[in-house]
Design a protein around this ligand. Structure first.
Ligand code: TYM
Length: 328
């Protein structure tokens, strides 16, 4: 039986954190056997914000090692810039996408507000490159966190438009968004999404997958809660709700069981239990990562074979799309 194809990507900027893990990567790993998976470290997306080239190179390899350390085994894993069809198809899609559609993207608005004096055209066009990533592999599903939903809707619209104007070519992809953990919030401010960029100047904002046990405990203890001291999944109390969600995703336990486990306990005790759970779950990932990053040639050979497999599919789709548009 032919498995349905999954595609997803992650940017090699900042430190990969619990939000990325629970919203996306953990689900890629947990459901790896159900699909034909293609995962990509999207370095060409990263340069839509200015990057230090040396740091970007290092972070790209580190993130690849981290994805393997998280447990990916049988997926095609590669670096985006190794398969040039991503940018090539991105251009074709740019030529059929109205500016108005890109103007609506909330991620563009958020990111451009952070640096209003230097808004790059690449950032505006970012969603077209993302559509190209997905459509190149004729992907059925795209497992992501909630913040990427709007971009996937655009990729769907683009696929429908291309198929209508040039003939059936692309599969219209569907997002796979978890019920729990699709939007993990910052530990310092539970009204803001946990993000790599906020983690740069706010030390208690995120838990990075490579944080040491001491740092994890410290960050959990400092996490913002409220004065009610009741451990319940109450969406109106964003701080404790967020911590409980992290606990639920990592333990795999039900909301009811977790609430009864902590029924007579205070926030202090819960925060230590949460830190212990995070430390326990991240320990094997950290250990495996340290081995993988130490053997660069092994890592490079995995990535080379991933890129070769990806390229085989990408070349075919790009050729088909290009010819349908009348390009020689
Ligand atoms: P990126 O690198 O920002 O994030 C990688 C994945 O992590 C998810 N995520 C979160 N989930 C839950 N809570 C959070 N606080 C949180 N923060 C991030 C993201 O939703 C994402 O799934 N544009 C994408 C990368 C990309 C892509 C693609 C994804 C490029 N091409 C094609 C899917 C398909 C991005 O910037 O993800």
């Amino acid at each position: 039986m032919q498995l349905k194809r999954v595609f997803s990507g992650i940017q090699p900027t900042g430190d990969i954190h619990l939000g990325n893990y629970l919203g996306a990567v953990k689900n890629w790993v947990d459901r790896e056997k159900e699909y034909d998976n293609v995962f990509c470290v999207v370095n060409s997306h990263a340069i839509t914000i200015p990057q230090d080239p040396k740091v970007l190179r290092e972070k790209t390899y580190e993130l690849c090692a981290m994805l393997l350390a998280c447990g990916l085994k049988d997926s095609t894993l590669f670096i985006q810039s190794e398969v040039q069809e991503h940018t090539s198809l991105g251009w074709l899609l740019t030529c059929i996408t109205p500016m108005g559609d890109l103007n609506r993207m909330t991620q563009f608005k958020d990111k451009s507000q952070k640096n209003p004096k230097n808004i790059l055209a690449g950032l505006f066009n970012y969603p077209n490159l993302m559509s190209a990533d997905i459509l190149l592999y004729k992907s059925h599903y795209v497992p992501v966190g909630e913040d990427q939903k709007q971009h996937i809707e655009l990729a769907r619209d683009t696929a429908i438009r291309f198929n209508r104007d040039f003939g059936e070519t692309f599969i219209v992809p569907e997002p796979l968004i978890q019920k729990e953990g699709a939007r993990i919030m910052g530990l310092d401010d539970p009204t803001k999404k946990m993000s790599k960029s906020s983690g740069v100047d706010k030390p208690n904002h995120l838990i990075a997958l490579l944080d040491t046990p001491e740092v994890i405990l410290k960050k959990c203890k400092k996490a913002t809660t409220d004065s009610e001291n009741k451990i319940l999944f109450d969406k109106d109390r964003a701080g404790i709700y967020n911590l409980l969600t992290i606990y639920q995703c990592l333990s795999g336990d039900s909301k009811e069981n977790i609430e009864s486990e902590f029924a007579n306990k205070g926030y202090g005790e819960f925060k230590v239990a949460l830190a212990d759970l995070i430390i326990e779950k991240l320990k094997p990932i950290r250990e495996s990562y340290l081995k993988l990053i130490d053997d660069k040639s092994h890592l490079e050979s995995i990535l080379k074979s991933g890129a070769n497999k990806a390229r085989e599919i990408a070349e075919k789709t790009y050729k088909e799309a290009k010819e349908k548009m009348g390009l020689i």
